[in-house]
Design a protein around this ligand. Structure first.
Ligand SMILES: C[S@@+](CC[C@H](N)C(=O)[O-])C[C@H]1O[C@@H](n2cnc3c(N)ncnc32)[C@H](O)[C@@H]1O
Length: 262
């Protein structure tokens, strides 16, 4: 895909691979889907496949969908996913999550790691949620997490400072430094521009890669409303993966389990 803003998959992989706090939560959702329907599972925005092993562990078939050929190529090359691809248990598919069309229905659809927020406008987001609803089996679940906009990214409007060094990433031993900055969009302050700077130390010196993404996070009530408007019923809204009650002023995340009405 030309102008793929996600073509820094190798750096993204270094950054995200030691983010593990959601693995058991999504793994448990996959177990529920396997028990209820025997699978299958669809992960929208699967990226480099960080979550796919946890979804495959439940034993069913998994489809990973992503818009970025670069991210999918990295997923397809992972040794830990090779067996499932060869056995026909894992299918990787390049598509836009807004308005995707597949021929099968799923017991579980996952949209992890704030990925729904890459859809900026209401119409595109509604189209995606309707496509999700259309692709769920009756009683099937949509499970997702997005940032709580009240506690996250609350940088000063318009200001841009690339001064925030992510200390937890990447893997210990990797010398990549990752800086992150946030800037509110001037025309629409609900849209945030996230700016990453990856500084990789190589034998030839420092390699610097800058990446920008626009995101739009919504308040919890808006997230619930848009999900329910697509014909799903929100069963659980928590503030953490461990199920802590959502507190608008404290919770880092909005974690949602919704079900397709039978
Ligand atoms: C934050 S990453 C999450 C990757 C993976 N789910 C994880 O948890 O590590 C977001 C992913 O969303 C994908 N993406 C962004 N916009 C998309 C769209 N409109 N349709 C499908 N994928 C999209 C990007 O290519 C990227 O791989």
């Amino acid at each position: 895909m030309r102008n793929d803003p996600w073509d820094y998959a190798d750096l993204y992989e270094r950054w995200s691979s030691n983010y593990r706090e959601d693995l058991s939560f999504y793994g448990a959702a996959a177990e529920r889907a396997a028990k209820r329907h025997g699978g299958p599972i669809l992960e929208l925005c699967c990226g480099t496949g960080r979550l796919l092993p946890a979804l495959l562990a439940a034993g069913g078939e998994v489809v990973g969908l992503d818009i970025s050929a670069h991210q999918l190529r990295l997923a397809a090359g992972k040794a830990e996913l090779g067996g499932a691809i060869r056995d026909g248990r894992l299918h990787l598919l390049q598509s836009d999550m807004a308005g995707f069309q597949l021929t099968r229905r799923f017991a579980l659809i996952v949209v992890a790691f704030n990925s729904l927020c890459y859809l900026l406008d209401d119409v595109t987001r509604a189209r995606c949620l309707h496509a999700i609803s259309d692709h769920l089996l009756p009683g099937g679940e949509l499970v997702l997490d997005v940032d709580n906009p009240i506690t996250n990214h609350a940088g000063p409007e318009g200001a841009f400072a690339l001064d925030d060094l992510l200390v937890d990433y990447p893997e210990p031993g990797d010398s990549t430094r990752i800086y992150i900055g946030h800037e509110r969009h001037n025309e629409d302050p609900r849209i945030e521009n996230i700016h990453y700077r990856f500084v990789v130390t190589t034998e030839h010196g420092e390699l610097i890669r800058e990446v920008h993404h626009n995101m739009r996070c919504r308040a919890p009530a808006e997230v619930v409303e848009e999900i329910e408007s697509a014909g799903l019923s929100v069963q659980r809204l928590s503030g953490t993966f461990s199920g802590k009650r959502f507190d608008p002023l404290e919770s880092p995340l909005i974690v949602i389990v919704a079900r397709k009405k039978s």
